[in-house]
Design a protein around this ligand. Structure first.
Ligand code: TYM
Length: 333
């Protein structure tokens, strides 16, 4: 059976971008593949989070995974720091990664532009840790959003380099995956591109947002003065609203507003009202489950412990192989 692996950083709550870019695929894949999904808390360390906040965030992401429909009886659900084999593989893979390629990585360049006061080694080697996450289970498919495409390409490079250097066929070449055949980029509400946890306030709709918050955020979304010529090209802000609508509304509703746009009778207030209500309809049942799971510490602990046990078993098998290939099996045995 093909193996699937993916993770989400514990840097806050999940938003619609995380859901439609990643989690939606997880839910489908868990029925047909051997799946490993995890909370990436080691990746969150690069921004120096408050320890208590980080621990709380791990629980939140775990609760949100389950609330979205990840079934811990089907998929192995674990927390990254509970599997120390990942950190060891990260150390071993560091010699497969070159400074030049790490410095050229888009996410590194973006991060150092934003946080020039905190350019740490963890940021530079972030793609190596991510490769360790994936390669430790020798995963084939990695369901992720568009923004992770380059990290997957780097993972393949490290895997191929390892195989080549040691003359083995040990690591498969993992592929970024989305059921639609195209990696998704869910736009934010501020017209600036990607929905993200750390973009400005109002950019992201979180799965835990209440109805009023969703209504207010969508109402405040950027629009423009509306088309004056029939069938004109949509501005980025308007295109973004339609992209969101295609995710949560029925095709009839999307067509209705598209037709209105094309004959210049659209009223953006109506479009945003509809979009807000359709997002609420989508988010509401997930939100209710998040609250239930978030307050059930015993259940979360049981799921994470059981998941870590399973993940460590798979991870140890890979690590034993890597140690042997690299000449690191204990010579004293
Ligand atoms: P993270 O935590 O930023 O995001 C988690 C997942 O959500 C997707 N995503 C989006 N997809 C579409 N549109 C958006 N606006 C959007 N925002 C986020 C991301 O593409 C991702 O799939 N480095 C990773 C976490 C990670 C990982 C891994 C993923 C660590 N190790 C191994 C896969 C395999 C990250 O920071 O994702």
């Amino acid at each position: 059976m093909e193996r699937v692996l993916s993770g989400i950083r514990s840097t806050g709550q999940l938003h619609l971008g995380n859901y439609f870019g990643a989690v939606k695929n997880f839910i489908e894949l868990q029925n047909t593949h051997e799946c490993y999904f995890f909370v990436a808390n080691l990746h969150a360390l690069t921004t120096h989070p408050d320890p208590k906040q980080l621990a709380k965030s791990v629980k939140t992401v775990l609760a949100e995974y389950i609330a979205c429909g990840i079934d811990p009886n089907k998929a192995t659900l674990f927390v990254q720091s509970d599997v120390p084999e990942i950190s060891e593989l990260y150390t071993l893979l560091n010699s497969m990664a070159y400074k030049g390629e790490l410095e050229k990585c888009t996410s590194f360049k973006e991060k150092i532009k934003k946080h020039h006061e905190n350019i740490n080694a963890g940021l530079l080697t972030y793609p190596v840790l991510m490769a360790a996450d994936i390669l430790i289970h020798r995963a084939h498919k990695v369901p992720v959003g568009k923004d992770q495409e380059q990290h997957l390409e780097m993972t393949r490079n490290f895997a191929v380099r390892f195989n080549h250097r040691y003359g083995v066929d040990f690591f498969p070449e993992p592929q970024a995956f989305d059921f639609s055949g195209k990696l998704v980029k869910v736009p934010g509400l501020d017209g600036s591109g990607k929905m993200g946890k750390s973009e400005g306030a109002g950019n992201a709709i979180f799965l835990s947002d209440d109805d009023e918050t969703i209504r207010d955020k969508v109402k405040a979304a950027k629009t423009n003065s509306g088309p004056t010529e029939p069938n004109s090209i949509k501005s980025i802000e308007i295109e973004n609203l339609f992209t969101l609508m295609k995710l949560v509304s029925t095709p009839d509703v999307v067509k209705f507003y598209d037709d209105k746009y094309n004959d210049c009778t659209i009223r953006y207030g109506d479009l945003k009202k509809q979009l807000g209500e359709d997002i609420i309809k989508f988010v509401q049942p997930i939100r209710e489950k998040i609250v239930d799971f978030e307050n059930n510490d015993a259940l979360l602990a049981e799921i994470a412990q059981h998941g870590a046990e399973k993940a460590r078993k798979s991870a140890k098998a890979t690590l034993d192989g890597v140690r042997e290939i690299m000449g690191l099996t204990s010579i004293w045995q």
